[in-house]
Design a protein around this ligand. Structure first.
Ligand code: OAD
Ligand code: ZN
Length: 236
């Protein structure tokens, strides 16, 4: 039923935009944040929300990078049916853009070209001194606090940590995509993290579709709510 609805809504023409979060990658084996088995319900030496903050990165870089290597980078994760279908829809001219809060790069791996990574990516780790970009693979080959392979300077993941602003250009482009969309499909996100959650307020189109295992605050405004696994919903 969700499959039929998504097939229909993506087949109608007009501008369609997908806006997703961690739930898009759970079927690829990457836990989300707020579900019962999500990252924020697991026990660590520090709360994960603390470890994902800019002040923790500065004060405890060693612990930050241990957590980053163990929990944020998932090199063996593969795209699932949701990623694959979204890439296919773009190739067919049925999807304008993917907006994602995920940092795993799986949309690009599936072949999507216009991906706006609102919270950055583990695949870019930038030297704060010379700007050299290091891969996630390179990070996984380091221990402790990594130093730039070019100049020895400090390396920071190009990931938006708590207390940090989002990239303004990416946010602006995402806002334009939502504002110009006729159809907005929102999937696998709890819509509780700002400013990204506010993007859907810019939607002026006529078809808002939610695909999420649980309820969200935007359900009341949606034209269609599908409480199903998103990898199954995109299997059409
Ligand atoms: P959340 O963990 O908050 O929400 C994921 C949502 O996806 C939940 O509502 C789940 O019910 C749903 N979900 C899980 N698996 C699903 C599946 N297979 N099919 C459909 N729905 C599924 O993750 P986000 O909303 O992405 O930010 O979290 C937003 C931000 O909070 C993240 O980008 C991260 C985090 O703090 C930063 O790290 C800056
Ligand atoms: Zn450098």
């Amino acid at each position: 039923e969700a499959q039929e609805a998504l097939r229909e809504v993506t087949g109608r023409g007009g501008r369609t935009v997908f806006f997703g979060g961690a739930g898009v990658s759970t079927a690829s084996g990457i836990p989300d944040f707020r579900s019962v088995d999500g990252l924020y319900h697991q026990r660590f030496d520090y709360p994960p929300e603390t470890m994902l903050s800019h002040s923790f990165f500065v004060a405890h870089p060693r612990e930050f990078f241990d957590f980053y290597r163990q929990r944020m980078i998932a090199l063996d994760a593969k795209p699932n049916q949701a990623h694959r279908k979204l890439a296919e829809l773009e190739r067919e001219g049925r999807l304008s853009a993917v907006l994602t809060q995920n940092i795993d790069g799986l949309h690009q791996m599936a072949g999507s070209r216009r991906v706006l990574e609102l919270h950055g990516s583990v695949h870019r780790n930038i030297c704060q001194r010379c700007g050299h970009v290091h891969s996630a693979e390179w990070i996984m080959g380091t221990e402790g606090v990594p130093a730039c392979e070019e100049c020895g300077g400090p390396v920071k993941p190009d990931v938006v940590l708590y207390e940090e602003p989002l990239d303004q250009d990416t946010l602006n482009q995402a806002a334009m995509e939502v504002a110009n969309a006729d159809t907005l499909i929102v999937g696998g996100t709890s819509l509780v993290v700002w400013p990204v959650a506010g993007l859907i307020d810019l939607f002026q189109g006529d078809r808002l579709v939610m695909v999420n295992l649980g309820e969200t605050a935007a359900d009341a405004r949606a034209d269609l709510v599908c409480n199903v696994d998103i990898a199954r919903a995109f299997d059409f």
